[in-house]
Design a protein around this ligand. Structure first.
Ligand code: G1P
Length: 290
């Protein structure tokens, strides 16, 4: 089996309580950065890394996500009639082809590990990516594409990593580092959300993974971990004797869109990268701060 990563899993069953009331009737993954929902950035990133099959682990109330990745015949007809080519392009060009998206439901929100496990039959026995749409990464080469290149050499499990302030270790999965060349770190252990005083390092897992399917074996046992949830980090830790685990310090800037300030920051940062609006945005922010 080669190391090509064809499938990407998007755990999108979460409640989004931090963004209420915005997320009362709308999935949090539909929150907009400039003019695209978070989920679209994640799907485009997976496609740019060569993924061809997109697996959504959804939940009740997440129907808008399916509609977003479906054709919209009435809207498209109207745009056609009005010769709104740019708008038409915007609603069409990101759509994966029929059959390239699958949906499965997580009936109970009991952890990221459980969400990934829900996709096991769709993933099968091959390496796969996991993207958490809350984590947005602004980069010249999209983060998952950077990882796919490195994965061709490392195999096993590879995650995106960055060093976080020690007082923040309890928000992340943290690597117990065995070797580290400054870009790629090999882990000998992993801990989910350790307190700063016991964290084995400050090197954290960011929401991009390329995983060996061996991870489904410990997930089958449905063991609860931090926060009484079935943790992906614990399942990965349980397979460290089977496959290597690396954390890659990607080139780029990560925004935590699960946090209100991080989300606002992402909006500004992504707007400033858009040539058609950058100057106006800069001027508007300047005026606000003056
Ligand atoms: C999840 C993972 C954690 C990882 C983080 C990245 O946590 O469990 O290991 O560091 O995503 O964003 P969550 O943010 O869902 O609490």
């Amino acid at each position: 089996m080669g190391h090509r990563v064809r499938k990407a899993v998007f755990p999108v069953g979460g409640l989004g309580t931090r963004f209420l009331p915005a997320t009362k009737s709308m999935p949090k993954e539909m929150l907009t950065v400039v003019d695209k929902p978070l989920i679209q950035y994640a799907v485009e990133e997976a496609a740019a890394a060569g993924c061809e099959h997109f697996i959504f682990v959804t939940a009740r109330g997440k129907g808008a996500l399916e509609d977003h990745f479906d054709a919209a015949p009435e809207l498209e007809r109207q745009l056609e009639e009005k010769h709104k080519d740019e708008a038409l392009d915007a609603v069409r060009k990101y759509l994966p082809k029929t059959g390239q998206i699958s949906y499965t439901r997580q009936t109970n929100p009991i952890g990221l590990g459980h969400a990934v496990w829900c996709a096991r039959h769709l993933v099968g026995d091959e390496p796969f990516a996991v993207l958490l749409p809350d984590d947005m990464i602004l980069a010249d080469v999209p983060c998952l594409a950077q990882m796919a290149e490195v994965y061709a050499k490392t195999g096993g499990h590879l995650v995106a990593s960055e060093n976080v302030p020690r007082e923040h270790t309890s928000r992340y999965g943290i690597l117990d580092v065995e070797t580290d060349d400054g870009t790629l770190a090999k882990a000998k252990g992993l801990v989910e959300k350790p307190k700063p005083e016991v964290a084995p390092s400050t090197l954290s897992i960011i929401g991009r993974y390329i995983l060996d399917p061996v991870v489904f074996q410990p997930l089958d046992k449905q063991m609860r971990g931090a926060g009484n949830e079935i943790q992906l980090t614990d399942a990965l830790a349980a397979t460290l004797d089977r496959v290597p685990f690396h954390g890659l310090r990607f080139v780029g800037k990560r925004y935590d869109c699960g946090d209100k300030v991080g989300f606002l920051e992402a909006n500004v940062a992504f707007a400033l990268k858009r040539p058609e609006m950058a100057a106006q945005v800069r001027a508007a922010i300047g005026a606000l701060l003056a």
